[in-house]
Ligand binder design. Structure first.
Ligand SMILES: [Zn+2]
Ligand SMILES: [Zn+2]
Length: 232
């Protein structure tokens, strides 16, 4: 199973535009997770990565921050016929704007199976409520996070209970900008203890925190940038 990083603030693919935000596409399940901060950049990167907008069936939004929701309306403008899964911490105005463009909005706070092998974690309490996406590949389960505002360890704990087995990959923003390297190292060891095989800390994780993760996870730490394709 491939996971394509469509929107991210670190460069990787020479023809993709890096910009603050996060979004991934999983062709096997036709699910787009988050939409980055800008519609034009999202659509351009999708084109470079050979993702036809009409192929997307479901869009899962992690949380109501502009750098994760910013590309949605532009995408719906030309391809409105999508199922969009949000939760109750999103604005009603935003949801109705999407609905007016033809989207079917699902407001769901509980874990929800989208297809066998693909489900949301349900919304978890943080400074900002957030849901993660779980997708099963040949190597095992991958958890995608937006900013991990509820705490990355707590999101992984919840996700592991849902899958009933340790996660193979955890990728996305881990939001650890304000932590000391010692505190970040503690989080990395928690993920190791939870049995997570590989990690892709990116977006709002913080570059220093990413270095600390990479020191602890070594080869299990993927360097993520826009246009990267991860095989699970
Ligand atoms: Zn956020
Ligand atoms: Zn973010």
């Amino acid at each position: 199973m491939k996971i394509k990083v469509v929107f991210e603030n670190h460069p990787h693919h020479p023809r993709c535009i890096p910009m603050w935000g996060f979004s991934c596409y999983i062709p096997r399940y036709r699910i787009l997770f988050d939409t980055g901060s800008n519609g034009a950049v999202l659509l351009r990167n999708m084109e470079v990565l050979d993702i036809p907008p009409e192929e997307i069936e479901t869009i899962v939004l992690s949380h109501f921050h502009w750098d994760h929701t910013g590309g949605l309306l532009d995408l719906l403008q030309t391809h409105g016929d999508k199922e969009v899964i949000i939760h109750s911490a999103f604005s009603i105005t935003f949801a109705s704007e999407a609905e007016n463009l033809g989207a079917r909005i699902l407001i769901e706070d509980h874990p929800r199976e989208i297809l066998p092998g693909a489900m949301t974690t349900g919304s978890l309490k943080g400074p900002m409520w957030e849901q993660g996406l779980l997708v099963r590949g040949d190597e095992g389960w991958a958890l995608l996070t937006g900013c991990a505002h509820p705490g990355i360890s707590s999101m992984v704990t919840t996700a592991t209970k849902l899958t009933g087995e340790p996660l193979y990959l955890v990728m996305g923003g881990f939001h650890l900008l304000n932590l000391t390297p010692q505190e970040v190292a503690k989080v990395a060891r928690e993920l190791l203890d939870l049995g997570v095989t590989s990690i892709g800390p990116c977006h709002c994780t913080g570059d220093q925190a990413i270095e600390t993760f990479s020191g602890i996870y070594e080869k299990g730490c993927i360097s993520v940038g826009v246009g990267l394709e991860v095989e699970v």
